[in-house]
Design a protein around this ligand. Structure first.
Ligand code: HEM
Length: 366
């Protein structure tokens, strides 16, 4: 079995995304300011996923050509529609809704592409290229091994918009929920942050390499709550995998969720225990087949570096500054961990909790 299409143009685009994503992260706003504004310090309840979606989708949109035409809200709106569409009552209705959604998205992407085609006519050679410029270059290049069509470009943009914006927010939300349910782990994590970062400034991206326990918490969160629980592939030719015959052109779903809970590979798999990632140097980039939170191979997540900085920094700043009490009045002792339906394994119920300031004053400078 092989990964789907792979050509020079595709690799170029993917490298571009990976670089731009890393670059855009460096220009992102102060996470704590955005996620947990001063008012939350006063003990006002907040919906964690909604608050976190801001910076993470901001990062996506910053590195995305659609920036000016499709603002954050429409990106997120489309995403919600897709998720809703997937859990509709009957397949006929679902298919119709998907088709409607596709048509609506098509209008937006067609407009963006046309605007770019127009702008490209007046661009100087050597000017900085946006992602869409590169895709259009690739589409026009007749020497390409695989021809990139307008449809392919639209699908690519849609891919970034629909399933990639809330992965980091969902992971942060699950991570915080686990920490609220495990006060001992929360305590250890905040102690690490206070030791490495101190209380006088806010945690920042460059601190992450010095915070192994926080990193382990994020990896353990991705193990129990993988934002992409099923990874799709298609067999390009007939093959046999552990005795199973797989004909050519078969759609295959790799069940990452199940792999991450497989008792053959994980001791007490249902237990949230970040220490397992300190004891064993498990690779997060697809080298160990029982741990694939970002997939594997040529289609592996290009946003991995962004995600591995974004999630710990968001989660870290939230627990550095605040103690989180579950429930609208902060009076629940245990967060409900039921999973909901959706593309990115959301929580059944949003995590609504009350932040209580740990630090006074809250260090809003980095
Ligand atoms: C915790 C956060 C994230 C997780 C767990 C995650 C996970 C994944 C997974 C499992 C895949 C499929 C990989 C495969 O098929 O082998 C994927 C694909 C992808 N991810 Fe992420 N992702 C995250 C964040 C991001 C971010 C922040 C971005 C970019 C802004 C991003 C961009 C993409 C793109 C463009 C693809 C499609 C790649 C392709 O089809 O070739 N991801 N992601």
């Amino acid at each position: 079995m092989q990964d789907r299409r792979c050509s020079y143009g595709y690799k170029k685009v993917k490298r571009y995304i990976a670089n731009t994503i890393d670059f855009s992260w460096k220009h992102m706003c102060n996470v704590a300011n955005t996620c947990v504004g001063p008012s939350s310090g006063a003990g006002i309840q907040c919906n964690v996923a909604n608050t976190c979606v801001g910076p993470s989708s901001g990062a996506v949109i910053q590195c995305n050509v659609a920036n000016t035409c499709v603002g954050p809200s429409s990106g997120t709106g489309i995403q919600c529609n897709v998720a809703n569409t997937c859990v509709g009552p009957s397949s006929g209705a679902v298919i119709q809704r998907v088709k409607d959604l596709r048509s609506r998205f098509d209008v937006i992407t067609e407009r963006i592409i046309k605007e770019h085609e127009e702008a490209r006519k007046h661009k100087e050679i050597g000017e900085v290229q946006e992602l869409l410029d590169i895709l259009l270059d690739v589409a026009q290049d007749e020497s390409m091994e695989v021809n990139v069509t307008r449809e392919n470009i639209k699908a690519f943009i849609q891919n970034i918009f629909t399933t990639r914006t809330d992965t980091a927010a969902t992971t942060t939300e699950w991570g915080l929920a686990e920490l609220i349910n495990h006060p001992d782990i929360m305590k250890k994590a905040t102690e690490e942050i206070h030791q490495v970062v101190s209380e006088s400034r806010l945690i920042q991206e460059s601190d992450i390499p010095n915070l192994p326990y926080l990193q382990a918490i994020v990896k353990e969160t991705l193990r129990l709550h993988p934002a992409a629980p099923l990874i799709p592939r298609k067999s390009t030719k007939h093959c046999t995998v552990v005795g199973y015959d797989i004909p050519a052109n078969t759609h295959i779903y790799i069940n990452v969720w199940a792999l991450h809970r497989d008792t053959n590979h994980w001791e007490n798999p249902l237990e949230f225990r970040p220490e397992r990632f300190l004891e064993n140097k498990l690779d997060v980039r697809g080298q160990h087949f029982h741990y694939l939170p970002f997939g594997r191979g040529t289609r592996m997540c290009p946003g991995i570096s962004l995600a591995l900085h974004l999630v710990p920094t968001m989660l870290g700043s939230m627990i550095q500054c605040f103690d989180w009490k579950d429930g609208e009045d902060g009076n629940l002792t245990r967060v409900d961990m039921e999973e909901g339906f959706g593309l990115t394994l959301p929580r059944a119920m949003p995590l609504v909790c009350v932040p209580v300031s740990r630090l006074d004053p809250i260090p809003f400078s980095m």
